[in-house]
Design a protein. Structure first.
Length: 234
């Protein structure tokens, strides 16, 4: 993993590079740099999730800025080399994140720095992604999508239709306002297709059931304006 010093150096370079290409990206990167600017390297090295987020942000911004230097035709050709889930991230959601106000940004930065974001479901989500890919789909699970956009993973099934997926246990997913907040968040970011999956973690073959469910719904749900909620509890 990159050191805090390397992350700060790369952020500075990207802020400068983005000024003429995408001023709002430059501003967002500067905001993230200031978030860690006064933190000592030793402290940041102990903040695992902060460093993982920033390393991912640096990689995303580096790729996105590089692609903007290409002609429109070459840019589309470059994007076409990526799986559909990654295309959607770089063409739609990542630029939406730095071009629009992020209502959750201040809160999750505070939680990440205070070690209140445990990331306990990260391994589970990676296994779900593997199941989806085994079913013929492709996936991506960016930190920013999780923290800001109520999206644990971006998935694409056999037909190439992208779906933003939120996973939660049956106990946590039913009741309260979680489902309503999820839909509201997706609409804020103009995400047209969403799937909210409540599941029983103790049931047999839960990973394969979720993977099959995501691929099937990616292929079958309406192309836009669809926020589908379902439960896997059998």
């Amino acid at each position: 993993m990159q050191t805090p010093e390397e992350i700060k150096f790369e952020l500075n370079n990207l802020i400068w590079e983005a000024q003429n290409v995408a001023p709002k990206l430059s501003k967002r990167l500067d905001e993230m740099k200031r978030w860690i600017g006064q933190k000592k390297p030793g402290l940041l090295r102990r903040k695992r999730y902060v460093m993982q987020l920033l390393a991912e942000l640096v990689a995303d911004a580096t790729f996105w800025i590089a692609v903007q230097s290409l002609s429109a035709e070459d840019r589309e050709a470059e994007f076409a080399l990526l799986p559909q889930a990654e295309q959607y991230w770089y063409k739609e959601l990542f630029p939406a994140w730095f071009n629009e106000e992020d209502p959750k940004l201040r809160n999750w930065k505070k939680k990440l720095m205070a070690d209140e974001f445990e990331g306990q479901d990260a391994a589970f989500i990676k296994r779900v992604c593997l199941e989806i890919e085994n079913c013929g789909g492709n996936t991506l699970n960016p930190y920013i999508a999780d923290l800001s956009m109520a999206t644990d993973l971006i998935a694409c099934g056999i037909k190439g239709l992208v779906l933003c997926v939120q996973l939660t246990t049956v106990r946590d997913g039913l009741g309260s306002n979680k489902q309503r907040d999820w839909e509201s968040t997706l609409k804020y970011w103009q995400i047209k297709r969403g799937l909210f999956v409540s599941f029983n973690p103790s049931q047999a073959q839960v990973l394969s059931k979720i993977g099959e469910c995501v691929v099937r719904n990616s292929d079958q749900l309406p192309v836009k304006g669809c926020y589908h909620i379902l439960t896997i509890d059998l």
